[in-house]
Design a protein around this ligand. Structure first.
Ligand SMILES: Cc1cc2nc3c(=O)[nH]c(=O)nc-3n(C[C@H](O)[C@H](O)[C@H](O)COP(=O)(O)OP(=O)(O)OC[C@H]3O[C@@H](n4cnc5c(N)ncnc54)[C@H](O)[C@@H]3O)c2cc1C
Ligand code: SF4
Length: 392
């Protein structure tokens, strides 16, 4: 079942009319990047959509993206309306305002460099937020990106949740700034060399590029979520598909496999279904798509038989709050055409120096788009504050 991404006019009116206009702004306090839903909803109620858009973009350069994919654990969780009935669907309101009223940019802005040159590595949300903040303060920025496109891990999110046009639209506002130079297809291998070239600081926003291993026999028979979501057409399977993992990324893999034509998709989850760190919408999508969930299960081995794959699984239990394997429960689960592993990602950890600042998932570990954006923005603000007394 395909969900509509934006609210219809009557749905939008109904949703904003439910906002209580709380003066203490719990929704803004809960937003990692400081978007102000109380303000933009009030402006929308008054018919000032330009003001509403400005309110969103002044805090967040990817307000439409966030509106489409922010989980309900931030602004929505704090919404006072939930004490009466249920929270205002702030992300959808935000996405709808941006979709309808944030029009493509016209002429490029005039900008005069303040004379300082900064390098940003990575064009994911953290890198984009860092660039935006630096450009706003007239720094000359060079953005290095190893691929030929922006968005980083956001490109792995299926297009029925996040169409690529939304990323391109938001990027079009950033890229028109004459103080920005972009170097796509350029992988940075030596950060110190950038400093030697005259960049005063480097913001590293390179994400978490490595999928975590299961460390079991036959692991090489499984496809990593990175490969699968990057090239779903390469892994079309019409039979049974197993997805190992129970987070939001595993959910995207399961739904994509189903939409690719799999007759049966089963997710294998280490913990309980109630422990899955996914939103209510994601739970609903699993139900809508008839995805099977096998919880409290550990993968012991993967093997190849008659061109199909067999998973050897055993049951887990909690002992003193710790997850442990129940002896004697190993069974073979044959007949999978494809096994996808989606148990998380990792990146080597480095500490900030005066000149090199890390931001986004490479600093905090796998997070969310809005947290990566907030981290990139804060890395830029830490540089700006060195040069400009009152950074905005
Ligand atoms: C399948 C999936 C579903 C997700 N769903 C959601 C969701 O619903 N909601 C949500 O909020 N978040 C979601 N996320 C998480 C979100 O996408 C990430 O938290 C966010 O993209 C991290 O941003 P980042 O800028 O830190 O890193 P990334 O987005 O990973 O960007 C890093 C960029 O750096 C580039 N790079 C790396 N090394 C170099 C180098 N040496 N030189 C030059 N460039 C380099 C990479 O090519 C990449 O473009 C999802 C992630 C995945 C994978
Ligand atoms: S950016 Fe995300 S968390 Fe912040 S107000 Fe908007 S939808 Fe909520």
């Amino acid at each position: 079942m395909t969900k509509t991404l934006y609210l219809t006019r009557p749905q939008f009116e109904a949703e904003i009319s439910r906002c209580l206009n709380c003066k203490n702004r719990p929704c803004m306090k809960a937003c990692p990047i400081g978007c102000n839903p109380q303000e933009f909803i009030k402006l929308a109620k008054d018919g000032d959509f330009e003001g509403a858009v400005n309110s969103i973009v002044s805090a967040n350069p990817m307000g439409q993206t966030c509106g489409l994919i922010c989980p309900d654990k931030f602004c929505m969780k704090s919404c006072t309306r939930s004490h009466i009935d249920f929270p205002v669907n702030i992300p959808k309101v935000q996405a709808s305002i941006m979709h309808e009223h944030h029009n493509l940019p016209g002429s490029a802005p005039q900008a005069k460099s303040n004379g300082h040159k900064i390098a940003v590595i990575g064009a994911g949300p953290a890198g984009i937020a860092a660039c935006t903040q630096l450009l706003k303060n007239n720094f000359a920025v060079t953005l290095f990106e190893s691929t030929d496109h922006i968005g980083g891990a956001l490109n792995l999110i299926p297009s029925n949740r996040l169409p690529v046009e939304v990323l391109n639209k938001e990027w079009s506002f950033v890229k028109q700034n004459p103080l920005l130079e972009t170097r796509f297809n350029t992988k940075v291998t030596d950060i110190n060399a950038l400093l030697a070239q005259g960049f005063e600081h480097v913001i590293v926003a390179s994400g978490e590029p490595n999928g975590i291993d299961l460390n079991v026999e036959g692991e090489n028979l499984a496809v990593s979520y990175l490969d699968f979501l990057n090239h779903p057409q390469k892994y079309i399977a019409t039979g049974n598909v197993a997805v190992i993992g129970g987070g939001a990324v595993a959910v995207d893999c399961a739904i994509t496999a189903k939409q690719n034509g799999a007759s049966f998709v089963e997710m294998f989850i280490r913990r309980r279904v109630s422990d899955m760190r996914i939103t209510n919408d994601e739970r609903q999508t699993l139900l809508d798509n008839g995805i099977d969930l096998t919880s409290m299960t550990k993968i012991k081995k993967i093997s190849h038989q008659n061109s199909l794959l067999t998973l050897y699984t055993c049951k887990n239990r909690f002992t003193d709050g710790k997850l442990e394997e129940i002896p004697g429960t190993t069974v073979a689960r044959p007949d999978f055409e494809l096994v996808i592993k989606a148990i998380g990602s990792s990146a080597p950890h480095f500490d900030d120096t005066d000149k090199i600042i890390y931001a986004g998932d490479c600093k905090t570990g796998g997070s969310t788009a809005v947290e990566a954006l907030a981290s990139g923005k804060s890395a830029a603000l830490s540089i700006i504050s060195k040069y400009i007394k009152k950074a905005s």
